[in-house]
Ligand binder design. Structure first.
Ligand code: 5GP
Ligand code: MN
Length: 337
């Protein structure tokens, strides 16, 4: 974050303010962890703080301290709008384009309130007065740690903040294995443990809370997996019928796409999931090495993200969407070798 911006936001936060914090739609561990971590920190500065999520999120994220205070824009729209209207500043965390909050976008665009963005995705839009954007960061939660150290020093980080930030760094780095994980990430993690994050409990709460239906759905996904050896590519499909059979709940397919990358030599893995209303297909893309799924998602699937993890959507049906993938793969053949 630029010195001048740090100075300005520090000055702004030197007296109690009304602050809202928004994670992206369908928030993941990093989005919820960073929002709640920042909420706990700002409350210590006597600010009045609310986290407003665009929509609901999976149960495996609902144990974090402060979770009960989160407002869902889609269920509590009037309350959420009132709070946003009365805010002195709105933080947008773990996203960098108002497109990522879909239904909330028109309301926020017409609001006369300043924004602060903290995010690690590529190609940020310019809507924020205070902007901390760094694509080299492993997680927005890692950035919240730095943000607190810029403003106040990390001594302000208590067990609640540490727990939320640990959870977000852990989930966004695939438990500290993705290439975005640096020695600094590990130093921060060490510090968060010293400040009260209980690492084993956090891992258990997130990864060992599966239902039997979810594991059966994973079985279906793995059975549907197609390996296109020529392109070192794997894709997985899940139809609405398959999701219904195993009582799909939000978050149940989290991580499925990563299994494709565990096949030796595979550089690209994609999962296509029919959304609940059956009107579009949600796409998650993962890659290894320098192959940019951000570019692929932006160019062909109306999405974006990072080099090695991106998402998007298709308004065509499943078979046309797969045909589209097969049609574009030849142009990526060299990059996938
Ligand atoms: P996931 O596949 O887990 O939903 O998302 C992987 C990464 O891509 C995340 O960093 C997420 O923020 C980003 N992403 C997912 N879906 C979309 C999308 O529709 N548009 C954009 N721009 N990014 C996305
Ligand atoms: Mn993130």
């Amino acid at each position: 974050m630029k010195e001048k911006q740090i100075k300005d936001i520090k000055k702004f936060l030197s007296s109690p303010k009304k602050i809202s914090i928004i994670p992206h739609k369908n928030p993941d561990g990093d989005a919820i962890g960073s929002s709640l971590g920042l909420m706990h920190y700002l409350k210590k500065g006597q600010h009045s703080v609310r986290v407003i999520s665009p929509n609901e999120y999976p149960n495996f994220l609902k144990w974090m301290p402060g979770n009960d205070e989160v407002i869902k824009f889609d269920y509590q729209e009037e309350l959420a709008k009132k709070i946003l209207r009365e805010s002195d500043l709105i933080f947008t965390l773990d996203f960098n384009s108002l497109n990522r909050i879909e239904e909330m976008k028109p309301f926020l665009e017409n609001l006369d309130v300043d924004f602060a963005m903290i995010d690690h995705h590529q190609q940020p839009d310019e809507y924020a007065k205070y902007m901390y954007s760094d694509v080299s960061m492993s997680a927005t939660c890692e950035m919240i740690y730095h943000f607190i150290s810029f403003l106040d020093g990390t001594d302000k980080i208590d067990a609640d903040i540490a727990t939320c930030l640990y959870a977000g760094i852990m989930t966004d780095t695939g438990s500290f294995r993705f290439s975005s994980t640096t020695s600094t990430t590990h130093r921060i993690i060490a510090d968060l443990i010293e400040r009260g994050a209980k690492n084993t409990e956090i891992h258990n709460a997130i990864y060992d809370s599966n239902s039997i239906d979810k594991l059966h759905l994973l079985g279906v996904a793995l059975n549907n997996l197609v390996f296109l050896k020529e392109y070192n590519t794997v894709y997985i499909t899940l139809t609405k019928t398959e999701l219904d059979k195993y009582n799909f709940k939000k978050g149940d397919t989290e991580g499925f796409v990563n299994y494709g990358l565990s096949i030796e030599g595979v550089k690209l893995s994609i999962i296509f999931i029919e959304n609940n209303d059956g009107d579009y297909i949600k796409i998650s893309l993962r890659s290894k090495g320098s192959f940019s799924v951000n570019e692929m998602a932006r160019t062909h699937f109306n999405g974006g993200g990072h080099i090695n993890a991106a998402g998007g959507r298709s308004d065509a049906n499943m078979s046309d969407t797969i045909k589209k993938l097969e049609a574009i793969l030849p142009s990526y053949k060299n990059d996938l070798q």
